[in-house]
Ligand binder design. Structure first.
Ligand SMILES: [Zn+2]
Length: 178
């Protein structure tokens, strides 16, 4: 049994070689520099957001382990944004991050679209299993991270039931600082 399987068996996930599980993963998914700076909470408030975020929490660990098995530098760079934080950073109201169904993973190489596209191509060859894989809706190789979003476990938002969409971003996007 190798280290990855030990992580998975323990319900953990990799963060720069460290085990990241339970509450630590939750903290990463809720972290927002802007919220901290402005002294506002980024906890999910609405019941639907809470339910979806709990699903994200269950899917984030296996997803991070999947990416980390291909690149050990992988870490969660962004997750949930509640309404207050989304407004603060000028995020789209339709963003899956806003609904608790989006997560970004970075490998800390700055703007490097080639590196993220190459990683995404490797990921396509060894698909994510389990519920996280079945519910995975979109993977986008952005210029400085991989974006993941999932179908709505509550069945209220638009879903893509067929298979995961792998999109290549063609234009650099400008992101508000999270
Ligand atoms: Zn994203």
């Amino acid at each position: 049994m190798n280290r990855l399987y030990l992580w998975l068996a323990a319900g953990g996930a990799a963060l720069g070689g460290l085990v990241l599980a339970g509450n630590e993963l939750r903290k990463r998914l809720l972290h927002s520099n802007s919220a901290k700076k402005h002294g506002i909470s980024n906890e999910p408030v609405e019941p639907d957001d809470v339910a979806r975020f709990n699903s994200l929490l269950a899917w984030a660990g296996p997803t991070l382990s999947w990416v980390a098995s291909l690149d050990s530098r992988a870490y969660v760079s962004s997750g949930f944004r509640n309404e207050a934080v989304n407004t603060l950073v000028g995020g789209s109201s339709s963003s899956r991050h806003r609904r608790g169904l989006g997560m970004d993973i970075s490998i800390g190489v700055g703007h490097n679209p080639g590196a993220y596209q190459a990683l995404a191509n490797e990921m396509r060859q060894s698909p994510l299993g389990g519920e996280a894989g079945r519910m995975l809706r979109t993977v986008i190789a952005e210029h400085d991270h991989l974006h993941f979003d999932w179908n709505d476990p509550l069945g209220k938002l638009e879903s893509v039931p067929r298979e995961t969409r792998w999109l290549k971003e063609t234009q650099p996007k400008k992101y508000a600082s999270l």
